[in-house]
Write a protein that binds this ligand. Structure first.
Ligand SMILES: [Zn+2]
Length: 156
């Protein structure tokens, strides 16, 4: 399983003595526990009930990964550039193509902003920041390309 961080843990949870989801105490109850991640405070392993809490964490992680993949696919520079390169001989002059890609970058940035306000895991935040950096960079390049092209049009 992904080595994710769990925040807002109480003492027993951070010490690995209690489930990070439901708070069940593993010392006083006969629950099978499985390691599910780490405490950000000291990197120690934390645990959850094998059933159903670990399953819930896995589902949640899967859903989050799916959301982020969808977000990344929405404006990936590789996919969109390839797409437009096939349609245009000179991609610099494909203003519509770059403008459309720019809008996708901006939507990805807005999505990253929304997810950043609700995420409290280091792994997720790092992923979102990498996504932000990538889309901010391509958005800058595309905005400049569109700017350069519209200036040329104005001068003609
Ligand atoms: Zn539990």
């Amino acid at each position: 399983m992904l080595d994710r961080y769990f925040w807002h843990l109480n003492g027993p949870q951070a010490d690995g003595m209690a489930c990070v989801v439901c708070g069940a105490n593993f010392l006083t109850s006969k629950i099978t526990s499985v390691p599910v991640g780490r405490s950000p405070a000291d990197e120690s392993q934390v645990f959850a009930c094998k059933e159903p809490c670990a399953g819930r964490i896995a589902d949640e992680t899967e859903r989050m990964a799916r959301d982020m993949r969808a977000l990344a696919d929405g404006g990936g520079p590789e996919s969109t550039d390839g797409e437009h390169a096939a349609e245009c001989d000179d991609p610099v002059f494909c203003v519509d193509g770059h403008f459309g890609s720019l809008l996708r970058d901006l939507r990805a940035l807005a999505g990253a902003e929304a997810l950043l306000t609700t995420s409290d895991e280091i792994a997720t935040i790092r992923f979102l920041l990498a996504l932000t950096a990538r889309h901010a960079e391509t958005a800058m390049m595309r905005a400049r390309l569109v700017l350069a092209r519209t200036k040329e049009n104005g001068e003609e």
